[in-house]
Design a protein around this ligand. Sequence first.
Ligand code: HEC
Ligand code: HEC
Length: 436
Amino acid sequence: MLVAILLSCQNDQTQQSHFDAELFQTMNQIDSDIDFSSFILPEDGDYSQFELEPQNPMTSRKVELGKLLFFETGLGSDAVNEIGKFTYSCASCHVPSNGFMPGRVQGIADGAIGFGTNGESRSKSHLYEEDELDTQGARPLSLLNVGYMRNTSWAGMFGAGGVNEGTEDQWEHTGTEVNELGLAGLESQNIEGLHLHRMNLNKEVADAYGYTGLFDAAFPEFPVEERYSITTTSFAISAYLRSLVPNRAPFQKWLRGDMLAMSNSEKAGANLFFGKAGCINCHKGPGLNNQNFFAIGVKDLYETGEAFATGPDDTRNLGRGGFTGRSEDMFKFKVPQIYNMKNSPFYFHGSSKRSLRDVVEYFNDAEIENENVDKNNISAFFRPLSLTEQEIVDLTQFLETGLYDPDLERYMPTQILSGNCFPNNDILSRFQTGCE
Ligand code: HEC
Ligand code: HEC
């Protein structure tokens, strides 16, 4: 009888332990207008919480089309060398199984070959010069939870309005004229991104691969002569990107009432994240990202010694300041989302850390590692935390597994309409991914 009662208690997913009680209490004390429920990510298909673009309402047709185009190597017609044509896609640098980040310090699309098992073996083709590569001076951001971002990129430089109100003078000389279209960050950045990453879509391309009908269904309000274009491609991909929500992570299940979804160590780590360790001061939003910029003094990508076409003079090293030109913005970077971080062990904009424990220790020690950074701009929230060894272990555990959605494959198509291989279509990648 007693055993039966004990067992039924253990199996009751709503039964709270003191770990749960403490975590609830901490989360409900963050702020007067934040409680634990504000961190519940939406269910699949519910976009009501997001920063939507009025000119691009969310529809499932756009999401489904974007899901194909994001992986479509057939768009890669503008490679600088013949050999690179149709060998890369958005997912060359934003690999779903790496939390939509690359498997190496830096993303490379056109000009690289290979994939390995998880993007880790992608490397420069010897047929390309360094300055011909499609690669950038910062590690690609994850694309999870990007629906919460009004302005995109590490410097927040894409998108009219939002934090970019008052930055209009900067657009012409920072390569962000696309903001003049007045669109949100995603729509703007993805128009620019398609050009930058050497991709194209027009009526011929849509017809050739069989996308025309999907564009017709997704964009009936666009006149036919504007319906198959970089703009509509960006709109479909933007809709798809907003749908990328890691809502199956254990922490999400816990928030929805399954008290057994997280281990005690993960719960203790979450309690630190929202309490003593102060991570919540910056990773504030529902997606644990934030449309705000902070300097925490990490190294830049060129300092890894493994990155191409970047160096000490790269304006990306200046973060938000490289875009606005304001001294108070120098070295400040957007607060990134932090779900599904464990698969691609390259952390911060300069890939300077190689494990989540190292990231936690960096915040715990609060000693800046980049001497070029103006110390006056370092955030006051970046301060020693005095975490014990056990607390470091627990916080790391929460990041590694508590915030890990194991089913991101649901956001990948099984095939793309061109029939090409993806995310890469060069011979070596095809061999390594078993795609013919
Ligand atoms: C060569 C690698 C590469 C390819 C290919 C690539 N990206 Fe990116 N992506 C990056 C990098 C690097 C960043 C961060 C750049 C920065 O902030 O300066 C980024 C950032 C982004 C962001 C901003 C996310 C945020 O939270 O602000 C979006 C959106 C995005 N990429 C979408 C795309 C789309 C759509 C494609 C395909 C058209 C694409 N990317 C192809 C490297 C790549
Ligand atoms: C002062 C604000 C601030 C605080 C406090 C803070 N973060 Fe961050 N976090 C950031 C910013 C900004 C970045 C990106 C910095 C960069 O790359 O230049 C970042 C990056 C990260 C990353 C790497 C994400 C990526 O895409 O590489 C992780 C993981 C992370 N933070 C976890 C934490 C944890 C855990 C804590 C608490 C111990 C914490 N952060 C506290 C602002 C903060």
